[in-house]
Design a protein around this ligand. Structure first.
Ligand code: FPP
Length: 247
């Protein structure tokens, strides 16, 4: 297995590396169901997949990795599952922070504070902050994230800044809007991966994905591992990206 991963890594063209990969980690519930386990076991196993992907992302010198951890729509799940997911994400972060620091990984949460307890947000912020001196992979966790909510918050902030005369209406362009999103300072994703056979964005990075390449797999997230991740990157490297221009 290790050998096979190394072989795939060797095929990667460093000059055509995607700068930013974003992942919709889907299928934890179905994975658990297949093993007749409660859904939460699927999420637990999902953290193991994520650990592998973060590790190898650093090894191959990826600059930005963003994962969809918890969406603004996920609040509609059972109270028990919501509480479990929130706790799992924060506890995993706290547990892994030393290792992530050792691997020079910088961590950021992207999302809204709305509905989250202040103590939760504070703990997440303080834990991430411990990594902000790092210069390797930037690992973004989309947490309590919704693309439309992100755009709403950008609209509100822009109108406030216009009212306060910090900017004028004439300044509004694509670049300015990007700078009011949670992802300011982060380049748009080049490649978006979604597991579990679903082929949609589900309110993930909807502004930022305008020119992203997509890669879908039927593999459920807890079964997703390095080999497929490398295959997705290799596939990306063979695509012809024109950004709307003619060849
Ligand atoms: C989708 O599967 C997965 C989620 C909603 C949660 C993903 C979160 C993790 C893997 C934990 C991440 C941890 C950190 C530190 C970011 P689903 O429940 O929608 O699966 P289903 O579609 O099969 O029901």
């Amino acid at each position: 297995m290790k050998n096979e991963i190394t072989k795939l890594i060797d095929q990667i063209d460093p000059n055509r590396m995607p700068k930013h990969i974003a992942i919709i980690m889907d299928g934890n519930g179905r994975w658990a169901k297949n093993y007749k386990l409660p859904r939460i076991q699927g999420h637990r196993k999902g953290v193991d997949s994520l650990r592998k992907i973060v590790k190898i992302s650093g090894d191959i010198d990826l600059k930005y990795l963003t994962v969809y951890g918890f969406s603004t729509e996920n609040w509609t799940r059972s109270k028990m599952e919501v509480n479990f997911l929130l706790k799992l994400i924060l506890e995993s972060l706290v547990k892994e922070i030393d290792d992530l620091n050792k691997n020079n990984v910088l961590i950021r949460f992207l999302g809204t504070e709305k509905k989250l307890e202040v103590s939760y947000y504070k703990k997440a912020y303080e834990t991430c902050k411990k990594s902000w001196k790092n210069t390797g992979l930037q690992f973004n966790i989309a947490m309590n994230y919704g693309g439309r909510q992100e755009i709403v918050e950008a609209f509100l902030a822009i109108s406030k800044d216009i009212k306060d005369s910090k900017i004028s209406e004439k300044d509004i362009d694509e670049k300015l809007i990007s700078n009011y999103l949670y992802t300011k300072m982060i380049p748009d994703p080049d490649l978006i991966i979604r597991t579990s056979g679903e082929q949609r964005l589900s309110n993930f990075l909807i502004w930022q994905s305008a020119y992203a390449e997509f890669w879908f797999t039927d593999t459920l997230w807890p079964d997703f591992a390095e080999i497929e991740f490398m295959q997705a990157i290799l596939d990306f490297q063979n695509r012809d990206r024109r950004f709307g221009a003619r060849k």
